[in-house]
Design a binder for this molecule. Structure first.
Ligand code: ADP
Length: 639
């Protein structure tokens, strides 16, 4: 293969530039990133060796740091899976993760520091450029003879050339920048410094990390002590799997570092939980709920990044999707089983009874700890809810899920207090005894919902209504009207609403009213017959003249739009136009109608009443021009 020079993908250039000029104070993290990559590569080699034993090295799997104070270089070597020339191009010349790409594209103007970037993504390999001005990667893939060297000074291009490595693995050589204590660049060839950083960030890495510091010439002559020191080649990390240690012995700092190690997320996790499954199957798990939602929470490929599977401390696979349902895909962590075979494959996992048992246990624990958090620190819980609430509610769509335990965690805006959310169970708690249903309204924005005509009667009678604005709300409430604490859910925009109240008109009165308006309603109905399936008098309107309602089983307009967008066929259905018999417009229209039943203005007013109802629920008019023209005509006439 020829030596070649290639350009970095535009986003990588941007990222490199951010790293090179980074003001991010904690530059030590570069080492964690490189050790963590090495550890991943070792995992992959060990895993490949399970099915193809000749891919395993004869010597122990591990990581070695070689520091050379004189040359000012630091090498990170591993005998992991290695990379081919193509993989070097693919992995180090481009960025694949969609969230990172989007973020970088939006960062056009970013200059200098970007702790956000490091926090959100852990920029991995590229963090090297915070401390090095030249990086050389030599790699040989397990099972291949040839090695390849990739190198760059971090400007727009990198070089590739064939090279030699005695064994498979990767050696990364950093040509270090000058020490700059104010700028956060320490002496990364110093033994004590390196030991400290490894202890702090990578102690639990499950492979030995060893350190060699090349001595300066004059030091070499210094005699026996040195020779003894050189013989001590024990690992500088403890390698102790953090989830096997009693929780009381693990500090919060260690939990946080482990979280960063497995997720590459540098922010504080919201909470961690350590749990053990005992009995027929034995397993331990250490799970985390992140503090912030990742950028790609709703991307398909994100669906399962969360859980790593170990068997008796041996890493088996990343992204073990069978251990966590989709609606908890934000949960991160490790599961270590005592009983599974080391040779499990993804296909086998799906039917494995043990995996099902572990998953069941984990789901219960996660929901339980969220519920505890809610009780102990509601504010913190609401922070979680803001990040992950819509994802959690996806669980309400699952047929096999126990819905109540998710509903116990649901919060929603409500008409009771516009400044804060209410828990569903608090709503039910507050319900007066004779209130039969949990009233709710769905839509795209809280403000539009809050001023909807549908709520007028509810407001007047002081009946609280939940205002749900996540797209998923439409779906779970539609899918199968569930019950919660023996109360059904009732949309205020659907069906007939009957808010019992003594001060209400009695039936006879209602009948009389209906009789009086009967012919007018019919005339209005024929004017808007293309738009609505029925016109009727309303019991839910107090101030507004009109609103649209649906029948109980009908899809809401938002859900219809969502389904259409997803390419599904949705049968056309028309809403019902409800009119307020007590509104001045209706009374005057009645007068107009009595004077002349065929007055052409009646049909114009009918269209306007319909248009108003559409606008009031945040909908769009099919013919806004016709609407404004009619409105202008009638205004001119009235003035
Ligand atoms: P991340 O580790 O988050 O995927 P990086 O930029 O750190 O992102 O690394 C990009 C990819 O390069 C890794 O996913 C991995 O495939 C490859 N890689 C990095 N370091 C090594 C290594 N020491 N051995 C083998 N592959 C590596």
């Amino acid at each position: 293969m020829p030596t070649e020079t290639r350009e970095f993908q535009a986003e990588v250039k941007k990222l490199l530039d951010l790293m090179i000029h980074s003001l991010y104070s904690n530059k030590d993290v570069f080492l964690r990133e490189l050790i963590s990559n090495a550890s991943d590569a070792l995992d992959r080699r060990r895993f490949a060796g399970l099915t193809q034993a000749d891919l395993l090295p004869t010597e122990e799997l591990g990581i070695r740091l070689v520091a050379d104070p004189e040359a000012r270089t630091l090498c990170i070597e591993d005998n992991g899976i290695g990379m081919t020339r193509d993989e070097l191009i693919e992995n180090l010349g481009t960025i694949a993760r969609s969230g990172t790409l989007e973020f970088l594209r939006n960062q056009e103007s970013a200059k200098g520091d970007s702790p956000d970037l490091i926090g959100q993504f852990g920029v991995g390999f590229y963090a090297s450029f915070m401390v090095a001005d030249r990086v050389v990667v030599e790699s040989r893939k397990a099972g291949e003879e040839k090695a390849c060297t990739w190198s760059t000074d971090g400007s727009g291009e990198y070089e590739l050339e064939d090279s030699q490595l005695d064994a498979a693995g990767t050696r990364i050589t950093l040509h270090l920048k000058d020490v700059d204590i104010d700028g956060g660049i320490k002496d990364y060839t110093d033994e004590w410094e390196l030991k400290n950083i490894v202890k702090r960030f990578s102690d639990f890495v499950s492979y030995p990390v060893r350190l060699t510091v090349n001595k300066k010439e004059e030091e070499e002559k210094e005699g026996e002590d040195e020779a003894a020191a050189a013989l001590d080649d024990s690992p500088i990390n403890s390698m102790k799997a953090i989830w096997t240690r009693p929780a009381s012995e693990v500090s919060d700092e260690e939990y946080k570092e482990f979280y960063t190690h497995i997720t590459h997320d540098h922010q504080e996790p919201l909470l961690h939980l350590a749990t053990a499954l005992e009995g027929t199957f034995e397993a331990r798990a250490l799970l985390y709920i992140p503090g912030l939602a990742p950028f790609d929470l709703y991307h398909r490929e994100m669906a399962h990044r969360g859980i790593q599977l170990y068997v008796r401390r041996v890493f088996i696979m990343e992204e073990c999707s069978d251990l966590m349902p989709d609606y908890l895909r934000f949960v991160k962590g490790v599961v270590d089983s005592e009983d599974l075979s080391l040779n499990v494959s993804r296909e086998m996992l799906q039917q494995d009874r043990q995996i099902q048992a572990i998953r069941k246990h984990l789901v219960k624990k996660v929901l339980q700890s969220l519920s505890d958090l809610r009780k102990q620190d509601e504010e913190k819980y609401l922070g979680f809810w803001a990040q992950f609430g819509p994802v959690l509610k996806e669980g309400l769509l699952l047929f096999e899920e126990k819905k109540d335990r998710i509903l116990d965690l649901v919060y929603s805006a409500s008409t009771r207090d516009d400044s804060k959310l209410t828990a569903l169970d608090d709503y039910v708690e507050r319900m007066p005894e004779d209130q039969e249903a949990i009233y709710y309204m769905t839509g795209t924005s809280r403000d539009v919902l809050a001023s909807s005509p549908h709520l007028e009667a509810f407001k007047e009678k002081g009946v609280e209504v939940l205002l749900l604005t996540d797209p998923v709300d439409e779906v779970w409430l539609q899918q199968m009207p569930p019950e919660y604490k023996e109360k059904r859910f009732q949309s205020v925009g659907k069906g007939e609403i009957d808010l019992q109240d003594e001060s209400e008109k009695d039936e006879a009165e209602t009948k009389e009213e209906e009789e009086a308006f009967k012919d007018l309603i019919q005339a209005i109905g024929s004017a808007v017959q293309n738009e609505v399936k029925e016109v009727r008098l309303s019991s839910r309107l107090k101030q507004s003249p009109s609103c649209l309602v649906l029948e109980d089983g009908d899809l809401s307009p938002q859900l219809e739009a969502m389904l259409r967008q997803a390419g599904q066929e949705v049968p056309d259905h028309k809403p019902i136009l409800e009119l307020n018999p007590n509104h001045a417009i209706m009374k005057k229209l009645q007068g107009l109608f009595e004077a002349n039943g065929t007055d052409p203005r009646i049909s114009n007013y009918a269209s306007l009443l319909f248009g108003q109802a559409v606008l009031a629920e945040g909908g769009q008019l099919t013919d806004p021009a016709a609407f404004t023209q009619k409105l202008s005509e009638l205004m001119a006439e009235a003035i």
